[in-house]
Write a protein that binds this ligand. Structure first.
Ligand code: HSE
Length: 293
């Protein structure tokens, strides 16, 4: 039997729209055994929504690299990451399926080749890249190729405020303008550069200043109840800094404080944001494949 662990990811991280991503210490798991017939069992998030057949995104990704007979696989998918909340749940299905299929086929593809395939399936790199490589990643384009750089981020707390409603990435991409003013571009170049330095140097106070964005947050924040207010409150009280995770609606609050969950819960209730809060941290490791008994 094999076990695949795939991390949730926070994409964009303030000014790094479609560029920055970070792996989180919060995982989905897939177990696969070779038996005599196909079965797929989904547990946890999306259990009643996701197809339990070969149309499932994880199975389609697995099939694209698996050389054996899929009708003999018995698969269990433990889905802990909520769907359509900006935490890279579809990236976990794609990356998990590709790495599982590769392992079961005797590893014909390298990690880099599998990452290229994952980007092709997902359509943007900033969730699948940290899901594969771990850490904080910067993705960039060279002609038709996407390349990436990984930085090991400092170990701080990330409080995920996960509202109960979903936001579709496609719709949230349509909420963005096609063109930006030069001053906004300059603003983002400066702030994205500072975010990278802050992660490299483990400088949390610089990170608090750097995580400002003019490319997506002003347009998407309106769709996330209480986002701007929560961000202001956390910053004003010197408790950390919040960003929209991916295209939302999850709000990721980066903090050095260990005991912030109760206070955050109070703010979230006062602002009527609702949902749940999960305390996590960056993961320096990406997808992991193990052989188990
Ligand atoms: N960079 C993508 C977006 C990430 O913001 O649309 C989606 O998770």
């Amino acid at each position: 039997m094999i076990k695949v662990s795939i991390p949730a990811t926070c994409a964009n991280i303030g000014p790094g729209f479609d560029v920055f991503g970070m792996a989180l210490d919060f995982y989905n798991y897939i177990w696969i055994d070779e038996r005599d017939k196909f079965s797929l069992e989904i547990e946890g998030e999306g259990r009643d929504l996701l197809p339990e057949d070969k149309t499932n995104l994880m199975i389609k990704s697995l099939s694209s690299v698996y050389k054996g007979n899929i009708d003999k696989l018995s698969i269990r998918f433990q889905n802990n990451i909520p769907l359509a909340r900006g935490l890279g749940s579809s990236a976990t299905a794609i990356v998990g399926g590709l790495f599982a299929g590769n392992e079961l086929s005797g590893r014909p593809y390298s990690r880099e080749e599998l990452l290229d395939m994952a980007i092709e399936i997902e359509g943007h790199p900033d969730n699948v890249t940290p899901a594969v490589l771990g850490g904080f990643t910067i993705s960039y384009r060279v002609d038709n190729e996407i390349r990436s750089v990984k930085i090991i981020p400092p170990d701080f707390n990330i409080y995920l405020v996960i509202p109960d409603y979903e936001l579709e990435t496609e719709k949230m991409r349509k909420a963005l303008p096609d063109l930006y003013k030069r001053e906004d571009v300059v603003f983002n170049v400066a702030h994205a550069s500072l975010v990278t330095i802050a992660f490299l140097n483990g400088d949390f106070s610089l990170l608090q200043e750097a995580l400002l964005d003019r490319v997506h947050e002003p347009y998407r924040g309106k769709y996330i109840k209480g986002y701007f207010e929560l961000r202001d409150r956390v910053l004003k009280n010197d408790e950390g800094v919040c960003v929209i995770s991916g295209s939302g609606p999850t709000i990721s609050c980066f903090s050095e404080k260990e005991d912030m969950k109760d206070r955050l819960e109070m703010y979230v209730n006062e602002l009527g944001i609702g949902g749940r809060i999960i305390k996590t941290r960056p993961s320096i490791e990406g997808v992991r494949v193990e052989k188990t008994i």
